[in-house]
Write a protein that binds this ligand. Structure first.
Ligand SMILES: [Zn+2]
Length: 116
């Protein structure tokens, strides 16, 4: 019996790299067919859930373009954020992203109506 025909190695391979583990399970293990089918379905289900989780994390880490790429302007003293060219920006004009302005507690200006 070769090392990869021992069931302890087959279990390990299913966990570490399931395609190989499942292949060995079907080819060499003495399990009943129903047990093999059940294990295969279970392993594939877990693999899909993990994959879905990983992909979900990647997409949720990507910042939403709407709030992170829109640039608005704040002043040194005011509590509002503005569009470029607003008359309130004459004294000071600091460019920040819309998300930063919101996080810092700024409200949209009622004169220039910036993106919200
Ligand atoms: Zn304004």
């Amino acid at each position: 019996m070769k090392w990869y025909q021992k069931s302890c190695w087959i279990y390990t391979l299913i966990i570490v790299f399931f395609p190989v583990g499942l292949y060995l399970l079907w080819k060499y293990s003495s399990w009943k067919k129903t047990a093999k089918v059940a294990t295969t379905i279970l392993v594939l289900l877990i693999a899909f859930l993990l994959l879905d989780n990983i992909l979900g994390n990647i997409s949720s880490e990507t910042p939403t373009p709407q709030t992170s790429t829109i640039v608005v302007y704040i002043t040194k003293t005011g509590s509002k954020y503005h569009r470029d060219g607003c008359r309130y920006l004459r004294s000071s004009k600091i460019s920040v992203s819309l998300a930063e302005a919101k996080e810092a507690g700024y409200n949209p200006c009622s004169v220039c109506d910036p993106p919200q």
